[in-house]
Design a protein around this ligand. Structure first.
Ligand code: MLT
Ligand code: MN
Ligand code: ZN
Length: 295
């Protein structure tokens, strides 16, 4: 299986359009590498790519994806989309795929589909353009991706309902275990970790490659800069450090472990920060756009 991180930042991207925090300022001055919003693509061998999460930066991300375009006047670089949640940063890109010449194949939980047909009706809108070929992700066994040797298992990772649910119950996030029957390689992808409970901990241990939530360094990254009232816990993300922090457990995993979904305020994005040194000395990798792995 080939895994390519096409977007390594959290919602808002890096730098974020309206943010003048020290980390975003450093990116504008060329002291940190800009990053697009959270998304990966996966494929087995020469089988088609699958997009996992559709970010608002999708067009730019797909343009940078190597793809053989000799297959005809309309040939899509991806065979479908897999969603881990219904958050805007992971779904807004679906609308950018409306030119699809076939119904867009979307794998998600029923709860995400429900949110995307009611409060945030992307599915309904896509129906009027290209159509949607929705496929449920099973919660009790593998879901095979069509035309691929990849199969996906899901597990709950907690997290809050998206803000647009406006207080109504909404879809929680899931993590994915992706197994390739052709290579026996296993990817564990968890862009949102609310807590390292038993289920998540056991899943992390299965991966040959782990892509894990690196959103916040401290629980109050945003609050301490005066940029928000909700801390990392309120946003459904365990911080890397401090009480309940994930860094030690992630660093102790045997698998190569890469931090993804990194918020623009996170000082690990600064090439010369002490926080980055802490992460790198622990053996964790800080993702950037375009990173690829074979497993
Ligand atoms: C998250 O990752 O928690 C969400 O994307 C945050 C948001 O954009 O509301
Ligand atoms: Mn997000
Ligand atoms: Zn910022």
């Amino acid at each position: 299986m080939r895994v390519r991180i096409i977007g390594s930042a959290a919602g808002g991207g890096f730098p974020q359009w309206n943010c003048n925090c020290p980390v975003c300022a450093a990116a504008r001055e060329g002291r940190a590498e800009p990053r697009t919003q959270s998304s990966i693509v996966i494929r087995s061998g020469d089988d088609p790519w699958y997009l996992v999460n559709a970010s608002p930066d999708l067009l730019q991300q797909l343009a940078a994806l190597p793809f053989d375009r000799s297959g005809g006047m309309r040939a899509a670089p991806i065979a479908g989309v897999v969603l881990t949640d219904g958050e805007i940063d992971h779904t807004a890109g679906l609308l950018l795929l409306r030119e699809s010449s076939t119904p867009l194949r979307v794998y998600s939980t029923p709860a995400v589909r429900e949110a995307l047909t009611t409060k945030y009706p992307l599915m309904n809108m896509l129906e009027t353009f290209c159509g949607v070929d929705w496929r449920p992700l099973a919660d009790d066994g593998p879901t095979a991706l069509e035309d691929s040797t990849l199969a996906i298992e899901t597990f709950p990772t907690g997290g809050d309902a998206p803000l647009y649910m406006d207080g109504e119950p909404g879809p929680a996030a899931i993590g994915l275990t992706v197994r390739d029957s052709a290579t026996d390689g296993t990817l564990v992808y968890v862009p949102g970790i609310e807590a390292l409970d038993e289920v998540v901990t056991a899943r992390l241990a299965e991966g040959d490659l782990v892509l894990a939530d690196g959103t916040f360094f401290r629980h109050d990254d945003l609050v301490s800069l005066g940029l928000g009232k909700r801390d990392s816990w309120a946003m459904g993300h365990a911080p890397l450090t401090g009480e309940g922090g994930t860094l030690e457990a992630l660093a102790a995993l045997e698998a190569r472990t890469v931090l993804v979904h990194i918020n623009n305020t996170n000082p690990i994005l600064l090439e010369d920060s002490p926080e980055r040194s802490v992460v790198e000395e622990s053996g964790l990798v800080i993702s950037s756009d375009g990173m690829e792995f074979d497993l």
